[in-house]
Ligand binder design. Structure first.
Ligand code: HEC
Length: 195
């Protein structure tokens, strides 16, 4: 029986389990202190060397922002330039997309998880394109709210210039994440829909 027991609980495993339990207890004690579980008679001491805050970082790569948000939100605005929304619901949807594009411009000012993101988001030229995307989209939001087709169209033109300008300067030949966005629909696609 002794023999069996020592096979079931070999000394090294037992001691390493106890070792882990001991370190978990230590971590809990330390965290407990840090989280303010110390008795009130023991006021927290101001930390003279604060840990520097991590810069705000998106949970996805900028390539994902591009394929999932920028591209997706821009298409309906370009479509609207030659094909006015017909119902109130379509107008509201278009307005949401324009807001999404404006927000996407703001997101592009932050690095995400992509290999080039830190470099891009700290480059002043990149930041200028991102802000241009925001302001062109803001123009689109206002034009859509006013249901002003010619301004929607010129905001759409401005947006294209911003996409192309930034791609010309920064976009690698192959997307870093290996993700391709969908190709923007063109007038011919829309005619097919209507047939
Ligand atoms: C601030 C710069 C910038 C702006 C503005 C910008 N892009 Fe991008 N875009 C990039 C970069 C850089 C990549 C490649 C990212 C990578 O590979 O990690 C990219 C990738 C893409 C992709 C991924 C698929 C592909 O072809 O590689 C699509 C789709 C895309 N952009 C569409 C757009 C559209 C549409 C707009 C305008 C509404 C736009 N982008 C505006 C910089 C920008």
């Amino acid at each position: 029986m002794r023999h069996q027991k020592s096979e079931l609980f070999p000394g090294s495993v037992v001691s390493s389990i106890f070792g882990s339990v001991a370190s978990v207890a230590l971590v809990v004690a330390v965290l407990g202190g840090a989280l303010g579980c110390a008795p009130p008679s023991d006021p927290p001491v101001a930390d003279s060397s604060p840990v520097p805050a991590e810069p705000a970082r998106l949970p996805v790569s900028l390539n994902d922002v591009m394929a999932a948000l920028v591209n997706h939100a821009a298409d309906p605005i370009w479509i609207a330039a030659w094909h006015d929304p017909e119902t109130d619901e379509e107008w509201r949807d278009l307005e949401r997309h324009a807001y999404q594009l404006e927000l996407a411009g703001a997101l592009l000012e932050m690095p995400g998880t992509g290999p080039m993101d830190d470099e891009w988001a700290s480059n002043p030229e990149w930041l200028r394109w991102a802000r241009d995307l925001r302001s062109a989209s803001e123009l689109a939001v206002a034009a859509i709210e006013a249901r002003d087709q010619s301004t929607i169209s010129s905001a759409g033109d401005r947006i294209v210039e911003v996409c192309e300008g930034c791609h010309f300067e920064f976009k690698p030949d192959m997307p870093t994440g290996g993700k391709f966005g969908e190709i923007s629909p063109n007038a011919a696609d829309l005619e097919d829909d209507e047939e």
